[in-house]
Design a protein around this ligand. Structure first.
Ligand code: GLP
Length: 243
């Protein structure tokens, strides 16, 4: 628990930096990192960019997999997760474009695209550290309430609450928010060797309570990580209001 959003972001970024450095990745031993989108990780990405610019951190041998992408939103749309990742992170660091994996929400065969993503993760030996965020309804990636806790990468219809929460990115116009997404499953994230979930703000406090102080439930998919052997939740004071 950190004091505020900025300290939580800094703590998370330092943790990622230290994990990558300790791992000492190379051409035959890449560091495989899972990444989230949303407003929460912006502060962490800014710090990681700073560490990179100061020469403290290289992403040359880092391979990334993003959690999710909207279905049917053009890649170049400013709110696509492709645009988000390139604008807020990738274009500022030395990641190789072929190492940055993001689901294609415009693929002609969406089921095959999800299977391909799972295969790519397997091919590189699985994810070392998966970073996630959650929605106020406790969803991780786009694993909305009711998702199977052993789910894999697939198409999900977005819950009304998520569409409302994400309307802020689409000029508060609900009709412009995509209604479906491709997302890694809860099982996909559970398979990572380590998981870090960043939760900030009073509006997430009930979800944090459900995540850690009640039983595991598919209605609050983040609660599944109570079963993970190495999961850290990084949060600010505001998010702990209900604990
Ligand atoms: C979306 C994403 C999630 C993210 C959530 C929270 O639903 N699919 O991966 O964690 O938004 O976003 P924010 O950080 O903006 O609250």
């Amino acid at each position: 628990i950190l004091d505020d959003y900025d300290s939580a972001s800094e703590w998370a970024a330092k943790y990622v930096r230290n994990r990558i450095k300790e791992f000492n990745p190379g051409p035959d031993k890449p560091f495989v990192l899972g990444l989230p989108t949303g407003s929460t990780p912006i502060g962490m990405y800014k710090k990681l960019i700073q560490f990179h610019k100061e020469g403290q951190l290289s992403f040359e041998h880092v391979i990334t997999f993003n959690m999710d992408e909207y279905v049917g939103l053009a890649v170049e749309h400013p709110e696509s997760y492709h645009s988000y990742m390139w604008d807020n992170f990738f274009k500022h660091i030395n990641i190789k474009p072929e190492h940055a994996h993001i689901l294609d929400g415009n693929a002609t065969d969406l089921v095959a695209e999800c299977d391909r993503f799972e295969e790519e993760i397997k091919k590189v030996g699985g994810v070392e550290l998966f970073i996630g965020g959650i929605g106020p309804d406790g969803h991780i990636a786009f694993n909305e309430p009711g998702s199977s806790l052993s789910s894999r990468t697939r198409i999900k219809s977005l819950a009304v609450d998520t569409i409302l929460a994400n309307a802020k990115f689409f000029g508060n116009d609900i009709s412009k928010v995509p209604k479906a997404a491709l997302t890694v499953g809860v099982g996909t994230v559970m398979d990572a060797r380590e998981v870090m979930i960043v939760i900030t703000g009073a509006h997430k406090s009930f979800a944090l309570y459900k995540a850690v102080e009640e039983g595991v439930s598919h209605m609050w998919t983040v609660s599944a990580f109570q079963y993970h052997k190495k999961c850290t939740i990084v949060c600010d004071e505001d998010a702990t209001l209900e604990l």
